[in-house]
Design a protein. Sequence first.
Length: 211
Amino acid sequence: MKEHPDWNRRYLEGDTPWDQGGPSPALVTRRRREPIFPPGSRILVPGAGRGHDALFLASEGFEVVAVDLAEEAVRAGRRAAALAGLSSLCEFRQADLFELPREEREAFDGVFEHTCYCAIDPGLRGDYVTAVRDCLRPGGLFLGLMFPMEEREGGPPYGLDETEIRERFEGAGFLLLRSAEAEGSPPARAGRERWMEFERAGGEAGGTSRG
């Protein structure tokens, strides 16, 4: 069992500065401009928090599994899904990404990452990449809105570096498809968010149109 900060306490106390109260503006901007995942994809959202991004993806027609360690966050996500009529498309689970059951191996067409990678201890980043790779089917897509792209002392959030991310994913059998500064970020995050998109090796590259 890996050690994690007490995320549930932070949700109970309202100490969640990463929560923007809705889906990431950069995600919404990108989705409005271009496809993201193939239509009908099953998407994993690790470290989903209250599920704003997961619910947005579900509202776009994707089947979403949102996982988070914090019971309070998962409870809030389930309430929001029910209110939005999205419970059939967005499943919330209190779970550890590093300990998902074996039946989830290669069970997803895509992973959407936002503020999970930066929240874990940097010493666990290799384990994170392995975990998301194992969840993806060959040819599956990892779409990361990586934040914060900067050097910083301590964390979480821990600072991220484009080269480090690329080398870690490519070393684990991913192909980099895109790396670009995010558009539509809120002012406090402008220039600090970056889209990094990888494909898990083993599929037919570029074979499926994205929805």
